[in-house]
Design a protein around this ligand. Sequence first.
Ligand SMILES: [Ca+2]
Ligand SMILES: [Ca+2]
Length: 180
Amino acid sequence: MLTTPRPHTGQSGFTLVETMIALIILAGGLLALAGAFAQGMVMVSGTHYHQFAKEKASEAMESVFTARDAGKIPSWDWIQNKSSHPNGIFKDGAQPLCGAGDDGLLNTDDDEDDELETLPGRDGIPGTDDDEVLTIERFSREIEITQIHAGLRRIRVIIRYRLGNLTREYELVSHISPFA
Ligand SMILES: [Ca+2]
Ligand SMILES: [Ca+2]
C-alpha cells in the first residue's frame, strides 16, 4: 500500500497572524518600558520637590522665631494664627509661596503675590522659558500655631506639593516660648 506524502502547504516563514502577535507583544513591552521611564521621571522630580519643600519648611519655621527675636512684633499674643487670637498675625491654612513682604515674615497679611517662588525647570537654569512658577495648586505653605499652655506654643509648618496625581507633604514641628 502506498502512502502519499501530504502536499506542502507553505508553512515556512511567518503568517500574518504570527507577525501581528509579535508586534502586539513588542508594543506591550515598549509601553511597559515607557511606563517605567515615566515613573522614574516622577521619582526624580519628586526628590527635587522634596528637597525644595524641606528648605521652604525651614524658612517658614525661622520666620516665626524671627517674629519673636527681631522685635518685629509688640507682644507674644501676635505669634498665633489669626483665628486663634485677635492679635494673631499668621494666616490660617495653606497659602501660596509668596515673598515675605515688608514685615519679613511668611504667611502674614503683607505677603507679596507677585513674588511667587519659581523652580529652574527641566534645563536646571533659572531665568529661562521652562521655569516653573509655583502656584498654590502646585505648592502650598501652612503655618499652624497651637497653644500648649500660657508660655508654650507648638508650631507646625506643612509644605504640600502635587506630584502627578498625588499630594505629598513635608512637615516640620517645633515649640516656641516667649523667651529667646
Ligand atoms: Ca509678610
Ligand atoms: Ca529653566
